[in-house]
Design a protein around this ligand. Sequence first.
Ligand code: HEM
Length: 141
Amino acid sequence: MLWVKSLHIIFVTSWFAGLFYLPRLFVNHAMVLSNHSPDFAVSERLKLMERKLYRFMLPLAVLALGFGLWLWLGYGISGGWMHAKLTLVAILIAYHWYCGKLLTNFSQNKNERSHIWYRWFNELPVIILTAVVILVVVKPF
Ligand code: HEM
């Protein structure tokens, strides 16, 4: 069980590296495009970085969630905290999917959001990570 939990934590951490960094790239990309004379070479570079990062995040998410399900359903570790955790995980999966939509908007030069909006958007994974770690370690209910 401890090997499964170790792998769960390793892939959760790796997935979060992408969930933190991709929106940060979006902040920079929106700033580049909002300049009165946008540098399209930089924009193309950011598109490539965003695409590669997002492609890398999917297998990490699948492995993080797979080992989590193994702990929950395989070893029967559960409780009220798990239901709250799964609700937050569902929001996180929706956030990951929406990052894909935003990436497509940038790649088609159809971004409509400001860098300020992306800065707030970038905070959501931090809030979810904080809540999930407290739920799974402290198990308050
Ligand atoms: C399908 C989604 C997930 C399921 C079913 C799941 C399930 C579990 C289970 C059953 C444990 C073992 C708890 C224990 O031994 O006390 C665990 C540990 C953990 N999970 Fe998840 N998890 C999922 C996703 C996540 C996500 C997205 C995060 C991060 C935001 C996360 C963070 C952690 C951490 C940090 C631990 C280690 C806690 C400890 O060692 O006490 N999990 N998870």
